[in-house]
Design a protein around this ligand. Structure first.
Ligand code: KIV
Ligand code: ZN
Length: 513
């Protein structure tokens, strides 16, 4: 039987470190459930010692998830490790992931420790972790830029102390595929007890080679775990993208000869969920999950695909979860049909009351929009979840007037807790006027870092607009997302949703020490 390749998803930890991608506990839980449905082997749910919010999120996910191992990150010190172990306590299958920098640059400038001190700390903290749990992963941070002799010494010691997975991060995305693969092969060959651990790759995408480097780590280096994120989310240029590496290993099984446990039909739904939750839009030409990934514009290609699909297609759209903008429901659809579609889309509602609320919203939408697509339902449910989770601010009504040659004017009514606030303002355009009206009453002073509008479904001006607003205030960056057939309304919803996140004061500290 072919070897198994372990898929370790770190969207909720490394992905979340991307500025503006920070998620609430409930958002993380929703994504974790979808990752479980995708059948990833390991879900890295967060960094419990970094904040109480992350601790609680890891705890909730460890308790809820049964089919994937849930992992918590920790710096290599007793406090962090105990926090991670506490958060994971009671989980079905759990892992503690320790990291400590081993490159000369990081040891000297960041940690201000000698190599001998780092060696000792790595050894003792692995021992400490192994006394708390049987599944321990060790990552030498900036491993790829570390001295091979020193790295061999450290890794041999941590395996002897019981580390069960050894991960080699290319923390700054500096590697080249062949060199990274050989680096790992060399370590595995030189370390006498290397066979006692599973070897793992963790690549960042600064030079656009995270997927290629990870594949080389697997093929040349013999790694059997890949660390990756949905949509390649992550700090700077991001991490190795799950959908790309999974489909590469699956499509080229003839070359890699590896088994995967992933249910690839869940890839597109989870990609959408992550994009809608974080506000990080997927570029149309992104492999596998981009809107154009399976679109054939040229006549020659279309003709070829119609005659024999594999003339121009190496993967089938339905195998990765594309449902081709299916018209699923309309104005006449009943509650049962709506509920059934939620199940098919993998959306779990907590109670019948939540389904009723979502169904009412669906009916309102169906009155305004004749065709309701899967994407509309996902946006509606996301919007609903955002509203009910942090409902301090809520849009009640919006009216705006714009005319060629006139300065647009908007009147907005919104709830702030129990109060109802009415505001109005002029602006450069109707969106500007609406957001200025809100700001004229709240005076948050938040700086807008991003405003983007996307059509939820392509091909018609009847599509709902999905607006993402990224705000920065007092050192925090948050995203708000709003959807509506009227993009001015969607913008006001997105703005209020971002303000709700700022208002919720979810604490978070930089994850890497
Ligand atoms: O990139 C990195 O080095 C990391 C470690 C914490 C594994 O994310
Ligand atoms: Zn990383």
């Amino acid at each position: 039987m072919a070897d198994k390749l372990i898929v370790f998803d770190t969207t909720l930890r490394d992905g979340e470190q991307s500025p503006g991608a920070s998620m609430t506990r409930d958002e993380k839980m929703r994504i974790a459930r979808q990752l479980e449905r995708l059948k990833v082997d390991v879900i890295e749910a967060g960094f419990p010692a970094s904040s109480n919010g992350d601790f609680e999120a890891v705890r909730a996910i460890a308790n809820a998830i049964k089919d994937s191992t849930v992992c918590g990150l920790a710096r290599a010190n007793d406090r962090d490790i105990s926090r991670a172990a506490d958060a994971l306590k009671g989980g079905h299958r759990t892992r503690v992931h320790l990291f400590l920098a081993t490159s000369p640059l990081h040891m000297e400038k960041k940690l201000r420790m000698t190599p001998d001190q780092v060696y000792e700390q790595a050894r003792l903290s692995t021992r400490f972790a192994r006394n708390l749990t049987g599944d321990v992963e060790f990552s030498p941070e900036d491993g790829y830029r570390s001295e091979p002799d020193f790295l061999c010494r450290v890794l041999e010691a941590v395996i002897a102390e019981g580390a069960t997975t050894i991960n080699i991060p290319d923390t700054v995305g500096y590697a080249i595929p062949e060199l990274y693969g050989e680096f790992i092969r060399n370590l595995r060959e030189r370390i006498p007890n290397s066979g006692k651990a599973v070897w793992s790759v963790h690549c960042h995408n600064d030079l656009g080679m995270a997927v290629a480097n990870s594949l080389a780590g697997v093929k040349i280096g013999g790694a059997r775990q890949i660390e990756c994120t949905i949509n390649g989310l992550g700090e700077r240029a991001g991490n190795c993208s799950l959908e790309e590496i999974v489909m590469a290993v699956k499509t080229r099984k003839d070359y890699f000869g590896l088994e995967l446990g992933i249910d690839t039909t869940q890839i597109v739904p989870v990609s959408r969920l992550v994009s809608q939750t974080t506000g990080f839009v997927v570029q149309p030409n992104k492999a596998v999950v981009g809107a154009n990934a399976f679109a054939h514009a040229s006549g020659i290609h279309q003709d070829g695909v119609l005659k024999a699909r594999d003339t121009y297609e190496i993967m089938r759209a339905e195998d990765v979860g594309w449902s081709a903008n299916k018209i699923v429901l309309g104005k006449l659809s009943g509650r049962n049909a709506f509920k059934q579609r939620l199940v098919e889309l993998g959306i779990e509602m907590e109670s019948e009351a939540d389904i009723n609320t979502a169904f009412l919203r669906f009916k309102e939408l169906a009155d305004r929009k004749s065709e309701i697509f899967d994407e509309d339902i996902l946006a509606l449910v996301m919007d609903e979840a955002v509203v009910t989770e942090h409902e301090h601010y809520r849009l009640l009504s919006l009216a705006q007037h714009s005319e060629t040659g006139e300065r647009p004017h908007a009147k907005v009514a919104f709830a702030a807790g129990d109060a109802e606030i009415h505001a109005e303002s002029d602006g450069n355009g109707p969106v500007d006027a609406s957001l200025r009206a809100i700001e004229s009453k709240l005076a948050t002073g938040a700086e807008m870092l991003l405003y983007s509008v996307n059509a939820i479904t392509s091909g018609s001006t009847e599509s709902q607009g999905e607006v993402t607003v990224r705000l920065q205030h007092a050192g925090r960056v948050v995203n708000g997302v709003g959807a509506d057939p009227d993009i001015v309304v969607a913008s006001a919803k997105a703005y209020l949703s971002a303000l709700n996140k700022l208002h919720s004061k979810v604490e978070r500290v930089a994850a890497q020490g």
